[in-house]
Design a protein around this ligand. Structure first.
Ligand code: NAD
Length: 269
């Protein structure tokens, strides 16, 4: 546990927290004093390992199952969270997946699954969290905001991505979902922001880093010349959920080693 925990006593729910970025965010928030819900849709034993890691570091966590694209499961998960931790202060909408295909071959099922999980899932969880923030009211000793929502977007909210049309569409949608929610809810003191990761070394993009050739090719897209680690996102998420960022809402923080700086233009133009 950190010496001066930034999220002391706050209840945080991280979706898709038994892998990659979600796991790192859950662990980082646990280390900063939050009571953490580690959401998972599959592999409960791995979710339990994340809970165990948080507890071993002196934090507090539970694992809760829900498919974020299913309204009834999302609502049941939030109710189970309130039974355990009383409320929610921080939601991290992290769960996401890819179903890649050349555009002409993309099935409706591939399109729909990505939109359902990546976009509708964020809507469903954000709506539940917002209802609880409004019901509960301010708790000034915990946070200056009524509640905080972090949406896990991607550099592909701005970079078009051939062969991944469903994914890029979902992330572009998250941007305006986040901004519109932020505009509507700022007067109620709810802060809503996005993190847009670049290439972070997780199972979702294994083919992009698992061979030296693939990694070399990937690094041509990253001016900072290293692949990101899940912990790079965990640190930013803690800060964005804390009162240190209290005046930030409706923003996207790109955590991408410069991937969105048009690296192809660095020696031309
Ligand atoms: P990952 O595959 O390691 O983790 C994704 C998590 O989401 C897993 O725990 C998975 O079980 C969960 N999930 C999938 N469908 C779900 C559902 N219906 N309900 C609940 N959970 C579900 O990938 P990751 O890289 O850690 O990705 C996390 C988020 O970060 C995603 O939204 C992804 O789009 C985004 N992102 C990742 C990268 C990257 O380079 N890794 C870059 C940009 C954005």
């Amino acid at each position: 546990m950190n010496q001066n925990p930034k999220l002391k006593g706050q209840a945080a729910l991280v979706t898709g927290a038994n892998s990659g970025i979600g796991e790192a965010v859950a662990i980082a928030m646990g280390n900063d004093g939050a009571n953490v819900v580690v959401n998972y849709v599959s592999k409960p034993e791995v979710a339990q390992q994340v809970v165990d890691k948080i507890k071993a570091a002196g934090g507090n966590a539970i694992a809760l199952h829900a498919d974020v694209s299913k309204e009834d499961q999302v609502q049941a998960m939030f109710q189970a969270m309130y039974k355990e931790f009383g409320t929610i202060d921080i939601l991290v909408n992290n769960a996401g997946l890819q179903q890649d295909a050349p555009f002409e071959n993309m099935t409706l099922a591939q399109w729909q699954l990505v939109i359902d999980v990546n976009l509708t899932g964020q809507f469903l969880c954000a709506r539940e969290a917002t209802r609880e923030f409004l019901r509960r009211g301010m708790v000034p000793e915990r946070s200056a905001a009524l509640g905080k929502i972090i949406c896990m977007s991607s550099v592909h909210q701005v970079i078009p991505w051939a062969g991944h049309v469903n994914y890029a569409t979902s992330k572009g949608g998250i941007n305006l979902l986040m901004q519109s929610m932020a505009q509507e809810l700022a007067p109620k003191k709810i802060r809503i922001n996005s993190i847009a990761p670049g290439a972070i070394q997780t199972p979702i993009n294994r083919s992009a880093w698992e061979t030296p050739e693939a990694l070399k090719s990937l690094l041509t897209l990253i001016p900072y010349n290293r692949i990101g680690q899940p912990e790079d996102i965990g640190k930013v998420a803690v800060w964005l959920a804390s009162d240190e960022s209290d005046y930030i809402t409706g923003a996207t923080i790109f955590v991408d080693g410069g991937m969105t700086l048009y690296p192809g233009f660095s020696t031309n133009g």
